[in-house]
Design a protein around this ligand. Structure first.
Ligand SMILES: NC(=O)c1ccc[n+]([C@@H]2O[C@H](COP(=O)([O-])OP(=O)(O)OC[C@H]3O[C@@H](n4cnc5c(N)ncnc54)[C@H](OP(=O)(O)O)[C@@H]3O)[C@@H](O)[C@H]2O)c1
Length: 262
């Protein structure tokens, strides 16, 4: 085990891919700041990290990151706690299955505020500190949906296209620094995401990968400072196909994944 006394802040640390990432960081000796809404669940994860990995310091910040001031509040709280954040993981994200016109606008706003606004704001706040130290790593959760306009998941897929584009551009801006930005590109992954998005009976949900495997790909690419981490070979093939096929064909293919699995 590598011994480090660095701190990683992970949003969405209470379940799924984010939770799996907490264990990878803890295994390498990182201290952790865990962010999500469910405080009880975050405290359970914190206790597990302390007992299983002997993690020296785990802080929990319960926050709804779909609120417009939430990123600034998280940043202020880490300052108040005297924490220096060496790694920022923007994992928290949600989606909603359905025709765009059937989904309440408040849900669209939740998706955009969480998947885009809070991600941009947290990155801006912590990146300035990283630049002052000229060290840091950032991991962003994109998705195969970033490459595929996805009917029945339109706002979510567009939000992930934003994340991927933003991460690539930022990575280039930072090329002469010691700060790296890595975008993790999972395909369907077996987490609570599909249940929460009302997409549990879809073709995509039936083809889900293990979250531990997806997290490991992301973690290893992050530590190497790679721009992209494609979760599996199959996702890699889909990315390749999506970049060469006409957009209309890619969109049709993505729609099939969001249809009910019969
Ligand atoms: N599962 C997939 O198929 C898949 C594929 C590609 C990309 N991804 C991306 O992977 C990331 C993690 O998702 P997952 O699959 O691991 O799903 P998950 O198990 O549902 O985890 C989502 C995490 O985000 C947190 N979260 C949700 N809303 C939040 C809010 N308003 N404020 C703060 N935290 C919030 C959740 O905690 P609380 O509920 O406690 O707040 C939870 O910790 C997301 O960005 C997702 O878009 C997932």
């Amino acid at each position: 085990m590598e011994t480090v006394s660095k701190t990683a802040l992970i949003t969405g640390a209470s379940s799924g891919i984010g939770y799996e990432l907490t264990k990878l960081f803890a295994g390498d000796g990182y201290n952790l700041v865990l962010v999500a809404r469910n405080e009880d669940q975050l405290n359970k994860v914190a206790d597990e990290l302390r007992s299983e990995f002997k993690t020296k310091r785990v802080d929990v910040i319960a926050k709804d990151l779909s609120n417009i001031n939430a990123a600034a509040e998280v940043y202020e709280e880490t300052k108040r706690l005297g924490l220096e954040i060496n790694v920022l993981v923007n994992d928290a994200g949600v989606g909603q299955r359905g025709n765009f016109w059937e989904i309440d606008f408040s849900k669209d706003l939740e998706i955009i505020n969480l998947n885009i606004i809070s991600l941009v704001h947290l990155t801006k706040l912590y990146l300035k500190d990283m630049l002052a130290r000229n060290e840091g790593r950032i991991l962003q959760l994109a998705s195969i949906a970033a490459y595929q306009p996805t009917p029945m998941l339109a706002v979510y897929a567009a939000s992930k296209a934003f994340v991927l584009s933003f991460g690539d551009a930022l990575s280039n801006e930072l090329k002469d620094t010691n700060i790296t930005v890595t975008s993790l590109i999972p395909g369907p992954t077996d987490t609570d995401f599909f249940n929460k998005a009302g997409a549990e009976n879809t073709v995509a949900a039936s083809k889900a990968d293990e979250p531990a495997k997806v997290a490991k790909e992301g973690y290893e690419a992050l530590m190497k400072g790679e721009h992209h981490a494609v979760a599996t070979a199959l996702v890699g093939a889909q990315v390749a196909m999506s970049t060469v096929l006409p957009n209309e064909a890619v969109t049709k293919m993505a729609r099939k994944y969001m249809e009910e699995d019969k």
